[in-house]
Design a protein around this ligand. Sequence first.
Ligand SMILES: *Cc1c(COP(=O)(O)O)cnc(C)c1O
Length: 460
Amino acid sequence: MTLQEKMKKELKSKRIFELAKKYAYEYIDGMDSMDAFPKEETLRLLHHFDESLKDESSSAEEIITQLHQYGSPTTTAQSSGRYFGFVNGSTIPVSVAAKWVSDVWDQNGGLFYTSAINSKLEQVCETWLKDIFNLPPSTVAGFVSGTSTANLCAIAAARFALLKKQGWDVNENGLMGCPPIRIVVHDQTHSSIKKTLALLGLGKKSIEWIPTDQQGRILVDQLPKLDSNTLVILQAGNVNSGAFDNFEAVCTQANKADAWVHIDGAFGLWAAASKSLNFLTKGIEKASSWAVDGHKTLNTPYDCGIVLCKEKDALISSMQATGEYLEYSHQRDPILYTNEMSKRARAIELWATLKYLGKSGIDELVTSLHKNALTLSKQLGSSGFKIVNEVVFNQVLVACENEKETLKCLDNLKKSGTIWLGGSTWQGESVIRISVCSWYTDKSDIQKTIQTFIKARNQP
Ligand SMILES: *Cc1c(COP(=O)(O)O)cnc(C)c1O
């Protein structure tokens, strides 16, 4: 049998897909009892992948079985309700199912002519997202791998627009000898912003750094005088404390000066979708660009990020680097709105997730993450732990009596298997960082988490 014949047989017989489905179901059924992060001895299973690439083709069944046998146990239980690490979302069932269907389609989401369905669903998602976040009608969206890339696209658009206003085409002339642009960033900005600024030739020394308050919010009275050459970068959801900048106050000043405001709202922009939390995002519609993830708060599968930009021309021109539009078809060509060419048709799962939840479901999801964070903070507080931040969204920063106890407790928590979370430093103090990001977290997960904390504190 030739390799082609072998593959056609596998495709038509569907046996490996049935096998994959069986293993996926086993995984789903075992989720509640699995460790939040694999223990040392489980991680040893990864050695099974240490093999040299054979000359001959391997069996498809064996590959899928190997993956399940040694891969499934060594995964992070991100889909469970007890993984509180970083700011990592779970997945909503219909989103995974939609991804399965689209995986078989294997669409290149770059163009209308490579995937009409992705192009259509990007357009639908763009409209829905503008509605959810209450953004200006002129806003366009690009669908990217995550907020890191969304920040990159937005800040490239800002750079293009700020220089264009001064008669400088950055695509044509580059940055050498360009008119000055000012970058105003606060000291609690996310690392992806610093990375983006460096990538775009806007190094750290050219930044005007603004101090923040105890929660990590920009001190508005410390803002310098803004002008039309200025880019201000704000944050909806501090990655540690979950705090939100005062968008209303900063954007009002920025709009008067015709400055560009970009908001990194990776997980926090979704507060806008919650009736009880949307006070946190008041004024976001006055900014010029926004970055947000689907894969965190909204619980879409990885990878899913969105760049939103009020000026279509700025985003498209900066992403195409031609200084003009390239209309490839009379339909939406996704490639125009991002730095990527070939790309995953990720709007498919995003569409499925948004449609499934509906506006009230998104509100319920976002609000529930906050409620769970509040419950955790209250119960940990009454169990003698210090809660270091104001729990305004989904982040809870926890400390013990002293630094040494906090680090010991964190170490024990990580080894527990019951839950997983990371550490950080906040205002110079070591903290245990809880990020509530999974729709799956319920009362029993919260109870288990509290008990695990108490046990971890009492253990040597
Ligand atoms: C997670 C995060 C990012 C980066 O987003 P990715 O999706 O991981 O690329 C940027 N900013 C903030 C505030 C974040 O929480």
